[in-house]
Ligand binder design. Sequence first.
Ligand code: NAD
Ligand code: AKB
Length: 355
Amino acid sequence: MRGPALNPAVRGQVRHSVKERSPDFSLSTSERMPRILVTGANGQIGSELVEVLRERHSPSHVVRLDLKPPPAPNGQSPKAPFEVADVRNRDALADVIARHEVGTVYHLASLLSATGEQHPDRAWDVNMTGLKHVLDLACEHDLQVFWPSSIAVFGPSTPREDTPQQTILDPATMYGVTKRSGELLCQYYHRRYGLDVRSLRYPGLVSHKTAPGGGTTDYAVDMLARAAAGEDYTCFLEPGARLPMMYMPDAIQGTLALMDANADALSVRDSYNVGALSFSPAELAAAIRAHVPAFTSTYDPDERQRIAEKWPSSVHDEAARADWGWAPAYDLAAMTEDMLSHLRTETRESEDVGA
Ligand code: NAD
Ligand code: AKB
C-alpha cells in the first residue's frame, strides 16, 4: 500500500494535476527530471546543501522554500526557483510540489534547541506539523524524503560517552521531543506506507557561509568568527561542555551518501547516529590558538548550558559506517584551519566591497 488513506479528494486532485500536465518538449531530458525541494533553504544547512545539489543537477532543478526570500546575491530567478511559504501550510506545500514536479524533498525547516525552549508551542507546531505535511504529501506523490534529526533526542538517562544507536531516548527540550517524535513518525511512514524517508542525527554543525539559527552548539561558529576577526570571545557554555560536532562539508557529504544508498542496505529507519568530532569550548579555543596565539575565550554560561549538559559528548556510529559507508574527513585541527581561512577571506572580501 502506498500512502496514507487521508483526504482522498485532495490526493486525487494533486495526482491528477501532475499526471495530466503534458510534457514540455522545449525542455531537455535533464530539465524534465523530477526536481528537488529544499525547505528551510535559507538556513545554515539549506544554503550549503542547495549549492551542492545545484552542482550535481542544475540550478533550475533545485527549488528552495523558506519563510522569506533569500538574501542577495542568492535571489530568485526562473533558473533558480524560490518559493516563499510556511511549511505549516499544507495547501501551499502541495501546490509547490505539484507545480515544480518535485521528486525528492530535503525537509530542513525547523526551530532549533535554544529558540525552541523560548517558544515551545511554535517549535512543536513548525517541527511536527511541517514534517507531517511533508510525509503525507510524499506518500501522495511517491517522493523520497530526507529529514534531519539531532543529538537532542538523547537526554539525561542516555549514556553520554559513545552513545549507542539503540539506547535510552529521553529528550529534555521541546526541540528534542519534536526530533524523537519526528524519528518515530518517519519510521512509521516507512513501515506502514513504504515511504522512502531517510534521516541522520546531526551533531552541532560548524560552517562559515550562513550563521547558525538558534542552537546550543552555535557557540563554535561564533568563537571561530570572533577569532578570525582578531577579537576575543565570551562563551555561553562552560569550558568543559564537550559535545559531538561536525564540519559542514562532512554533513553535506554524509547526507548525500545516505540519500544515494541502496534502500536495501539501510537497517535504521528512525535516524542514524553520525559521529565526527567531539570537543569542548576550551578545546576549540586551544585549537584556535594554534593559529591565533593571542586569542582568549572567557566563559559566562547561560540557559543553553543546561541544554548542553543533557546531550552526549560523543556518539557510536557503526551502523552508519557499515550500512552506507559514513566516513567523515575533518578532525578538529583541519576544521579549525579551514574555518579560519574561509572566515578571514570572507571578511576581507566584505571589507573590499564596503570600501
Ligand atoms: P536554521 O535555523 O539555520 O534554518 C532553518 C530555516 O527554516 C530558516 O531559514 C527558517 O527561516 C526556516 N523556517 C523556520 N520555520 C519555517 C516555516 N514555518 N516554514 C518555512 N521555513 C521555516 O537551521 P539549520 O541549522 O539549517 O537546520 C536545518 C535542520 O537540521 C533542522 O531540522 C535542524 O533541526 C537540523 N539540525 C541542525 C543542526 C545544526 O547544527 N545546524 C544540528 C542538528 C540538526
Ligand atoms: C542545536 O544546537 O540546537 C543544533 C542541534 C545539535 O540540533 N545545533
